[in-house]
Design a protein around this ligand. Structure first.
Ligand code: F6R
Ligand code: MG
Ligand code: MG
Length: 374
């Protein structure tokens, strides 16, 4: 059967800063999906990662479906009302447009969707990250889908060893979707050359070359491209199918043990390690560290199993310690050098104003005076 997996997420307000949504806000969104989604969706799963609420839905209406997107949008609008009543911080933060117009893309919420031919056993993983942006998935996807050092399946399984096709988006291009398709393993160095720059080039999807099936869908929206100013980080969601013609679940999860540095953390303007966390975790140190959660499912005729919390296993406790240590190390150097993002990625305009103010005070030394000081 053809099935669509849609995950739509937004930050619509949180308790005590950009930390976690309130119980009431969460329940309001859940109630809306349950009642309004009755004849529309086959199943759903609601979770939060940091201050973002994600609605995972299964249905048969295809990608970008107006009714599905409206269901999520209206749930977020209802949640925003609850957030406002409770005085939550950043109520309605990611709802950047006032009225719904056909599709939530370009309106603030992040979307990852794929239409699949449901396999007899259909395991898939739903990732959600907070305090970072879509480029955070570049390294884990590279390792899982092209590197036999991480994924032995690339050597051992005939189907996987035919490689994967990467669709990579230039997220700085705001006039439309600017994408390139590259095949692994032949075009590995081209893929690497792009993915090393995660603020500009972001994996949008990955496809099996053996069967043509879609393996990965990443939400690639850039909020500041939509709003024209800082409204929060993009906090990406991602769907990844696992096993058989795709990497195994463990091969997809393994790269997160790296705790690689990603853009985000405090004021969306720093480089901080990505910490794998349990489902429905909040935010703490330095408005971070950036976190990623992973819920594993199987689905049959659109019905989801219960979620498996993939980063709850004791193995990840050590990894979390590593992420904490790396965070503290990086924070020791405050605003200097690699600790902060480059100018173009800073999410607040204050520093630009400061530099503009200082600009006229610069003097270029010339002639005699220049020689004297030498
Ligand atoms: C990160 C984030 C926070 C805020 C910070 C200041 O995504 O949202 O780090 O940037 O808490 O928030 P404002 O400027 O809203 O007081
Ligand atoms: Mg927020
Ligand atoms: Mg967030």
């Amino acid at each position: 059967m053809k099935l669509t997996l849609s995950v739509i997420k937004a930050d619509i307000g949180s308790v005590g800063g950009h930390v976690t949504p309130s119980e009431r806000l969460f329940q309001t969104v859940a109630d809306h999906i349950r009642t309004a989604g009755q004849n529309l969706i086959l199943d759903s799963y609601l979770s939060h990662t940091g201050d973002d609420i994600a609605i995972l839905m299964t249905h048969t209406r295809g990608e970008g479906d107006e009714a599905i997107h409206k269901l999520a949008w209206d749930a977020f609008v209802a949640g925003t009302e609850a957030a406002k009543e409770q005085g939550l911080y950043g109520a309605g933060q990611d709802l950047l447009k006032t009225s719904f117009s056909g599709n939530v893309r370009g309106m603030g919420p992040a979307v990852a969707e794929m239409e699949i031919e449901e396999r007899p056993a259909e395991p898939f993983l739903f990732f959600a990250a907070d305090k970072t942006d879509p480029g955070a998935y570049n390294l884990p996807l590279y390792l899982a889908f092209v590197d036999p050092m991480n994924t032995p399946g690339l050597m051992l399984s005939p189907k996987i060893s035919q490689g994967f096709r990467f669709v990579i988006m230039d997220v700085n291009h705001t006039e439309g979707d600017r994408v390139i398709e590259l095949n692994a393993p032949e075009e590995l160095y081209g893929i690497a050359a792009l993915l090393r720059d995660p603020e500009r080039f972001v994996v949008e999807s990955v496809w099996s070359r053996a069967t043509g099936e879609q393996a990965v869908a990443v939400a690639t929206s850039r909020l500041h491209n939509i709003a024209g100013k800082y409204t929060g980080k993009d906090d990406p969601v991602m769907l990844v199918r696992a096993q058989m013609n795709f990497p195994a679940t463990g091969e997809i999860l393994a790269p997160y043990a790296t705790c690689h540095f990603v853009a985000g953390g405090m004021r969306g303007s720093h480089q901080m390690p990505l910490m794998p966390v349990k489902l429905n975790e909040g935010i703490s140190y330095f408005d971070g560290p950036p976190i990623v959660s992973c819920a594993g499912f199987c689905v049959q005729k659109g019905k989801l199993t219960e979620a498996v919390d993939n980063f709850a296993h004791p193995f990840w406790d050590t990894v979390r310690d590593t992420a904490s240590r790396k965070s503290i190390e990086m924070r020791r150097q405050g605003f200097f050098g690699a600790a902060m993002l480059p100018m173009s990625e800073l999410e607040y305009t204050g520093i630009v104003e400061k530099l503009t103010e200082l600009e006229p005070r610069f003097k270029v030394r010339a002639g005699e005076r220049a020689l004297q000081v030498r």
